[in-house]
Design a binder for this molecule. Sequence first.
Ligand SMILES: Cc1ncc(COP(=O)(O)O)c(C=O)c1O
Length: 475
Amino acid sequence: MTIGTGFTVATATERALAKAYELACAFLASLPERPVSLVPSAEEMAAALDETLPETGSDPAAVLEEWVTRAERGITASPGPRFFGFVTGGVTPAALAGDWLASAIDQNAGLWASSPAAAQTELVVLRWLKALFGLPPAWSGALTSGATMANLVGLTAARQWVGRKLGFDAAADGLAGQPPVIVVSSTELHLSALKCLGTLGLGRNQVHTVAAPGGSVDIAAMAALLRAIDAPVILIGNAGEVNSGHFDDIAALADLRDAHPAGAWLHVDGAFGLFARLLPRLEHLTRGIERADSLAADAHKWLNVPYDSGFAFVRDADILREAFLAGGAYVAGSAGWDPYTHVPEMSRRFRALAAWCTLKAFGREGYRAIVERCVDNAAVFARWIEAKPGLELMNSAPLNIVCFRIVRAGLDDASADQLNRAAVGAIQRDGRAFVTGTVWNGRAAIRAAFDNWLTTLDDVAILQAAVEDIAASSR
Ligand SMILES: Cc1ncc(COP(=O)(O)O)c(C=O)c1O
C-alpha cells in the first residue's frame, strides 16, 4: 500500500518520525537561548497559519516542517527553564519519550479489553503517585487530562455522595426536583472548580464562600457558615492557591467536615500544592490532605510530563464508580479494570506511559530534588524582590509562587495597577523570561511560578535582570 505521496506506509511513517525527531531536537536545543515568547499578535498568527482545507495530500515529513516554519513565532518556550507564567511544568526526557511511544502504539486507555497494558500501567502509576505523596493506598482514582478534569472527577463523586445522603441518584436521575446540592469554599476557589460546578449543574454562582485573608480560608468563618447549613455539603479546600501559593488549613477543614451533623464531603484542589508533600520541611502546608474524600492534582505541572495529564483520587471507590458507570452491551464483560468507569470519557489517551517512564527514571528521590530546587529558586527570587527598592513582595511565597509588584512613590492605586499590568506585557515582550499578571488583595500583581525541572539559579538571575530592567524603564 502506498499513500498519496507515493511512499509506502512504513517509509512515510519513518520519514515523518525522523522529521519530527529532527525538529523536536532542534527546538529542545534552542530552549536555553530562544526568546521565551515573541508575543505575536492574533492577526500575525492568523496570517501565518490560516488556509483553506487542502484538496490534495502532501508528504507528511514536509507537512511537519511547513507547520514549524509557519507557526514558529507563536511557539513559546514553555517547556524551557524561564517560562514562569501561570503554573507550567516542562517535560523530562523519560516523560517525552514515553509520550511519543504512547502515540506510536496508540492504545485506547479507556477499557481493559482495548489495552490491558495501558490499564495496568495506569493502576501502577496511581499506586506510585499515592506512595509518592503519602496518600492512603486504598484510595480509588484515575488519570485525567489535567487538574480541571481531576476536579470534575472529585466533584462528580461529591455530588453523587450528597445525592445519596438526600435520597436520590444524581448521575442516574439528575438534579431536577431534588433538594439543592450545597457547595461551600473560600473566595479564592480556583476557576477550574467553578467550571466544574457549572458543568455539574451545581452552578458557578451558587457557591457559599467565606473570605480567605492572605490566601488561606478563614476557618472560624467557615465553621460559622457550616453551622448555619442544616444539610449535607460539598466543602472544597485549596492546597495551593493559584495567585499566591498559599494553603488552606486542610486538617482544620477535615475537622469541620467530621463535625458537620448532616455530613460533608471534603474535596481538595492540590493541582500543584500536593507536591509540597515531597519536602519534609513543608509537611505543615498539606497536613490533613490524606483525610480528604477526594483530591485533584496535575501531572503536567510539577511532575513535568507533557500536556495533558492530571490525576484524581477518591476515597470511596463505590461512589466514584456509581458516578461514572454507564453500562452498554458492547463494553460488557470486562476481564479487568476499566478506567472509563472512573472518568467522564470513554476512549482516552495512554497518558500513564509518560508518567510511568518519568517516575521510574527519577524515582522518589529524583522528584524530591526537582521540587526542592523549584522551591529554593522561588525563595531566592522572593528574597531578592523583598530586598530590592522599587519592588514589593505581595505574598509570603510559601512554596513556588512569587507574587510581586513594582512600586513608585506618588502613584495612586489605579496608576500603580496600570503600571504593573503594562510591566507584565513588557517583560513578556522582552523575551528573557515569561511572567503573568493577576490581581492579589485587590491590586494588580506580577507572578512567577517555579515548576520547571530545568530551571537553575542562572535562570533566576536572568529573570531578576529582566524584572529590574523593565521596572527601571516603567513609568
Ligand atoms: C489550583 C489549580 N487548580 C486547577 C487548575 C487547573 O489545572 P489544568 O489547567 O491542568 O486543568 C490550576 C491551573 O493552574 C490550578 O492552579
